[in-house]
Design a protein around this ligand. Structure first.
Ligand SMILES: [Ca+2]
Ligand SMILES: [Ca+2]
Ligand SMILES: [Ca+2]
Ligand SMILES: [Ca+2]
Length: 755
């Protein structure tokens, strides 16, 4: 029968398989090396099987699939490990294959696998449950299976974190907690407490290597609390001890949630604790600063507001945030006011404001139309107050009689040398003699050498450099001072005049002019700070004439005062002053008048030098009826000062007045006044010494009246040569007597005969 025949064939095949499986013969009928020809026996494995992770085209040979591959494992954590056994096509084997799992920690019993470490595959997959014990290394787990006569394996490294952050250690360790020194009690404003984080290993033991722990909290972020030494604290023997100082932080609901953070093997470890905190209360308020310290009278075009800053401190001297402070000015003259502000955005408009995180609070003063000094009182909600320093409400514009120009060296030894420096310093103040605001610009010009063109003031002054170089002032050759009158015993002074009648003709004399935009000066006769009443406020014209009817108009242009450095009524009195200004110029020839060769400041830009002033006060303080009547203007003018610098020469001029003379043996001394000047008739350099030379003089002694050094000056000096005969009437004095001049390293001797 058909059926019977088939059965017999199968039986023969089965017999053959059994024989092979028993290893009872060679030349078997079954080739186990062929894929897909799976053995029905689990003791004979095809060498073409592979072990790894995944299946099909996703198969990764040699890898173990871990459910925890990307996290860090702690003691007690469990992870499922599995490997797939696949054929050449990546298809899971249907055979049952034994896979043995092993690792250093498993071998040392520091981690465990539930059940046997050797498991059979089920549908090509071998799976175990790995549990972390006391293992404290990255544990490399291997899965091994037989392959022919050898083995093949897959592996995975399990990242096992041995570190935890918390409170305490050993069996007392509380993971994720922090130890707060004051416990549950409330930390006062300014008080401090320890906050300790512990780092332990898997066994709960403190770790000995240092780790940086970062402490953060809302109060720390708001700078209302601090960690002494900074928010990052390194562990010492497994403990990070932070000293938490409250600056009166209110916290959130009276609690500051503090968090300690560190990382280990790329894993972030955190612990937290709550600190109960108590808010601070205002104890002191102090004035800090005013910016700027001068404000300009309303309408004068300067900065008309100033911001005043106060600071509120609490019990421990720490800034207190959120304190309402109210402000009041000491005067409201001329409409001076504070800019309205509010403590609470939803509250009523007052003159108050709330302190910021640094305890600062500000108010803004708005200047009025009258110059005054004002102070602002600041008062906290709990009644603590202070007053600002005085803030000046002023013109902020320099006025003429405050301008001062000075030189560090009025006679630099520079007639024969380039690059010698003298500093020129300008000082400015306004009508109330308050320093002008920082940044006020000043312009400089010089008739010789070189000078920096401008500077801007700080605290009312600024400095530029003058340097010696060409041009060197050199009046025409036809003009000389050759007719200097020699000093005499009766008249020890000298008269120096110029051959053409000029007021000045010496070489090397430099005129320096400094100018700024400002106001004329006046005397406030009625004490209201303004030029408002010409019958009381005093302003004099260029002849020094003052009368209410002339309103300061010039009668003629005869110079009474130096045009560039005029006397002011405030300093010299009304009868000898020139408050009304004309255009400034560089008076190169020192004749107190403007010549065609002299540059001028064309302030009204009409292209010509205006020889006459306008007869009125010009300045920011022109006000009221006087302004309405045209008696004054609020126009600005050029304010100025000038200074003379001499380019001194170390070569002396032939001493004027030195001559030969007779002496009587045993008789009276002879006194000879001598004018000593430099090569240009200016002063010899400061520090020059003068001595009498006796070496060729017999029967007499000589001396000069100057002892020590010549002082700094622009003008020559007179010394007296005194020659005294000996007392022996039989010995006639004879020979020569000299005057030796040592000027700036140059020694020059002038001798005359004695007979
Ligand atoms: Ca007045
Ligand atoms: Ca002149
Ligand atoms: Ca002009
Ligand atoms: Ca004027």
């Amino acid at each position: 029968m058909q059926t019977k025949t088939t059965f017999k064939f199968l039986s023969a095949t089965l017999m053959s398989l059994v024989l092979t499986a028993c290893g009872g013969g060679s030349g078997s009928a079954l080739d186990n090396s062929k894929p897909g020809n799976a053995s029905s026996s689990n003791s004979s494995i095809s060498t073409s099987l592979r072990i790894g992770s995944g299946t099909g085209s996703n198969f990764v040979s040699g890898a173990i699939t871990s459910t925890a591959s990307s996290t860090t494992l702690f003691e007690g954590d469990q992870v499922q490990l599995s490997v797939n056994v696949v054929d050449d096509q990546g298809t899971p084997t249907t055979s049952i294959v034994k896979v043995k799992f092993d690792s250093p920690c498993l071998a040392a019993n520091l981690s465990t696998i539930a059940g046997d470490t050797t498991v059979n595959t089920i549908n090509g997959t071998a799976t175990v449950q790995y549990q972390v014990g006391k293992c404290d290394i990255d544990d490399k787990v291997t899965a091994t299976m037989a392959s022919g006569s050898s083995t093949i394996e897959a592996s995975v490294v399990l990242p096992i974190n041995t570190r935890r952050i918390g409170a305490g250690f050993g069996s007392d360790f509380v993971n994720g907690a922090l130890e707060v020194g004051i416990g549950d009690t409330v930390l006062s404003a300014g008080g401090n407490t320890s906050v300790t984080a512990y780092i332990v290993n898997s066994a709960g033991e403190l770790v000995t290597d240092a780790m940086n722990i970062t402490f953060t909290s809302p109060c720390l972020s708001a700078n209302n609390a601090s960690i002494t030494g900074g928010n990052v604290v390194a562990t010492v023997n497994g403990r990070a001890d932070a000293n938490y100082v409250s600056k009166g932080c209110a916290g959130i609901g009276g609690v500051d949630a503090i968090k300690a953070t560190t990382t280990f093997r790329g894993n972030v470890l955190t612990a937290t604790a709550n600190i109960s905190v108590k808010p601070d209360s205002a104890q002191t308020i102090s004035f800090i600063d005013a910016t700027p310290e001068l404000v300009s009278i309303k309408g004068t075009g300067g900065l008309e507001t100033s911001t005043l800053r106060f600071q509120v401190l609490g019990q421990a001297g720490s800034p207190v945030k959120g304190v309402c402070v109210n402000f009041a000015p000491s005067t409201t003259v001329g409409g001076l006011a504070l800019v309205p502000s509010k403590c609470n955005p939803s509250g009523p408009e007052t003159y108050g404001s709330s302190t910021d995180a640094n305890g600062y609070v500000t108010t803004i003063v708005q200047a009025g139309t009258v110059a005054t000094a004002v102070r602002v009182t600041a008062t906290t909600a709990n009644g603590i107050s202070t007053q600002s320093s005085a803030l000046a409400v002023t013109t902020g514009i320099p006025d003429q009689n405050s301008v001062s120009l000075s030189l560090s060296d009025i006679e630099p030894v520079s007639w024969k040398h380039d690059g010698v420096i003298s500093d020129a310093t300008i000082r400015l103040a306004d009508a109330f003699n308050n320093p002008v605001p920082n940044g006020t610009a000043v312009t400089f010009t010089a008739s010789g050498g070189s000078i920096d063109g401008s500077c801007t003031t700080t605290n009312g002054s600024c400095t530029v450099q003058w340097r010696s170089q060409n041009p060197r002032p050199n009046p025409a050759a036809t003009v000389s001072f050759s007719n200097i009158q020699a000093p005499t015993s009766e008249n020890p002074g000298y008269i120096m005049s110029c051959s053409d009648g000029s007021r000045e003709c010496r070489k090397g004399r430099v005129q320096i002019l400094a100018t700024a935009i400002g106001n004329e000066s006046f005397v406030d006769g009625n004490g209201n700070g303004l030029y408002d009443d010409i019958t009381k406020d005093i302003f004099t014209n260029s002849n020094g004439v003052y009368s209410p009817t002339t309103k300061g108009l010039p009668i003629s242009n005869t110079a009474l005062c130096s045009p560039n450095a005029p006397n002011s009524s405030g300093a010299y009195g009304a009868s000898n002053s020139c408050d009304d200004l004309r255009e400034a110029y560089v008076d190169k020839n020192f004749n107190l008048d403007r010549d065609l060769i002299e540059e001028f400041i064309d302030f009204n830009q009409n292209g010509i030098f205006d020889p006459l002033p306008n007869g009125k006060y010009d300045g920011a303080l022109c006000a009221g009826a006087a302004k309405a009547n045209g008696d004054c203007t609020t126009n600005k003018v050029t304010v100025r000062d000038e200074a003379t610098l001499v380019m001194s020469c170390e070569t002396p001029y032939q001493p004027i007045g030195l001559h030969s003379f007779s002496l009587t043996a045993g008789g009276d001394s002879v006194r000879i006044p001598v004018l000593l000047a430099d090569c240009n008739g200016n002063a010899l350099p400061a520090g020059t010494t003068v001595s009498a030379v006796n070496s060729d003089l017999e029967n007499a002694t000589a001396s000069v009246t100057l002892t020590g050094e010549l002082a700094m000056s622009t003008e020559p000096t007179v010394v007296v040569l005194i020659v005294k005969p000996g007392t022996d009437v039989t010995k006639q004095p004879k020979g020569t007597v000299g005057i030796q001049i040592n000027a700036s390293g140059l020694s020059t001797l002038y001798s005359v005969k004695v007979n």
